[in-house]
Design a protein around this ligand. Structure first.
Ligand code: 5CA
Ligand code: ZN
Length: 411
């Protein structure tokens, strides 16, 4: 799939610090330890509606991972999918009497525009579920051959994964069996489907149904399941043990647990990813912002109202990525005021030495992306500059470059 244009990233003097991130599998902040090229898979959108601020916040968090690694001297191989075939897309298309493919293409195009406006570094590989059906089927065949997958005997052609065949099943989320069942039922699973070996078994392939799109394949006509799609796209581009598997916290179970289990069963190796990293949920009016609830603030809507995308970016980075947090219009007002102060300060052309600011922002971001304190660091420099307390003529440029390269905010 076509990705989107990348923003220029200024090169900063010296080198960034190794990035430490909270890993859901171990419930610890641990150092990431990429080689020359860091590998990251960030789950992409299901394009049945426009990008809301919750999506944006999650993609911003992983954009900072990308930027901090680059500043640390690594290349970054970022892979992202588009779930351009799945139940929610088909349901919305049917509701609106629209072609599911046209709907998916339109919302994906809008997502690209939103990501471009927010200055999110694009993925190296941007891959749709539909265009990767062959690779997904190849994995399902391997799982069937291995006995880790099975066909339901009810003539539907549905294929399921046997979670009992995963030695470490549950390690990624660390949830109790009961909690797993709850999330499984809530998030696209079918615990009560008859004929399954285990209630938590997720489907890998949905046999063709009348009125639903389907593709001919080695496992029969049908369409791919959700978790195996991400397994195939990640595994074939990053291999096993890539550095970070990322998404919002609602993907921790079952999605990331299942994707990891599938990959580990197919390859006989462990782990799928070295870190499983999850962003908190952005809420609106007391509930998680979600397409199914409809309590949404769209990035494109704000752009249409001529809101500066850098203010949206600044507003979302004003909270810590792991915290569930509400969106309020005052966040945007505060971000606009903050940006105005920063812009005024760098426009003076002189200010206090910015070397300590660069060191601080690097240290703060390397510590599990502490944007709250990183933004305060820039506030302090701006306040001093506005009091005319420094005469360093190179400081403004270094502050702009730091804020641009590490926080992705263009002043
Ligand atoms: N296509 C799948 C992943 S393979 C999917 O979950 N798509 S999505 O469009 O529903 O979500 C895209 C990303 O946004 C996911 O990482 C999801 O966890 C995240 N997300 C969804 N809602 C919110 C929210 N309210 N706050 C923060 N992140 C969110
Ligand atoms: Zn995914």
């Amino acid at each position: 799939m076509q990705s989107w244009p990348g923003p220029p990233i200024p090169k900063l003097p010296g080198r960034g610090l190794p990035l430490r991130l909270f890993d859901s599998a171990t419930s610890q902040i641990r150092p990431t330890s990429p080689g020359a090229t860091a590998g990251m898979y960030v789950c992409g959108i299901t394009p049945y509606d426009a990008t809301h601020l919750g999506h944006a916040a999650t993609y911003l968090a992983f954009d900072l991972v990308n930027r901090v690694w680059r500043d640390g001297g690594h290349d970054v191989h970022l892979v992202q999918n588009v779930t351009d075939i799945d139940d929610p897309l088909l349901e919305r298309a049917e509701r609106d009497h629209e072609d599911w493919m046209v709907l998916g293409m339109r919302e994906t195009a809008l997502f690209r525009e939103d990501m471009t406006a927010l200055r999110i570094v694009p993925p190296t590989d941007y891959v749709g579920a539909v265009e990767s059906i062959d690779e997904t089927v190849a994995l399902i065949v391997a799982l069937l051959d291995d006995g880790a997958a099975y066909r339901l005997e009810d003539g539907t052609g549905d294929v399921y994964y046997d979670v009992a065949r995963s030695e470490r099943f549950g390690y990624e989320s660390g949830l109790s069996g009961e909690a797993m069942l709850g999330f499984f039922a809530e998030r696209g699973g079918d615990p009560d489907r008859g004929g399954k070996r285990n209630r938590l078994d997720p489907h890998l392939w949905r046999g063709a149904r009348a009125g639903e799109p389907s593709w001919a394949s080695a496992v029969g006509p049908g369409r791919p399941g959700w978790h195996i799609e991400c397994t195939a796209i990640a595994l074939n581009r990053l291999g096993m043990a890539f550095d970070v598997q990322g998404g919002g916290s609602d993907l921790m179970f079952p999605h990331h647990e299942m994707s990891a289990a599938h990959a580990e069963s197919v390859t006989g190796r462990w782990p799928f990813a070295r870190h499983y990293v999850h962003a908190g949920m952005i809420g609106l009016h007391g509930a998680k912002m979600s397409k199914s609830r409809g309590n949404l603030v769209f990035v494109s809507r704000l752009r249409g109202e001529k809101v500066d995308p850098m203010a949206i970016r600044t507003a979302l980075l004003a909270g810590h990525y792991r915290e569930d947090r509400p969106w309020t219009p005052s966040l945007l007002d505060q971000a606009q005021a903050r940006l105005a102060r920063w812009r005024e300060a760098v426009s003076l052309g002189v200010g206090p030495d910015a070397g300590p600011l660069l060191d601080s922002v690097r240290r703060q971001l390397a510590d599990d992306l502490d944007t709250v304190n990183a933004l305060s660091t820039v506030d302090r420099w701006a306040a001093e500059a506005l009091q005319h307390s420094g005469r360093d003529t190179g400081a403004s440029q270094l502050v702009s470059d730091t804020v641009d390269a590490l926080l992705g905010i263009a002043l």
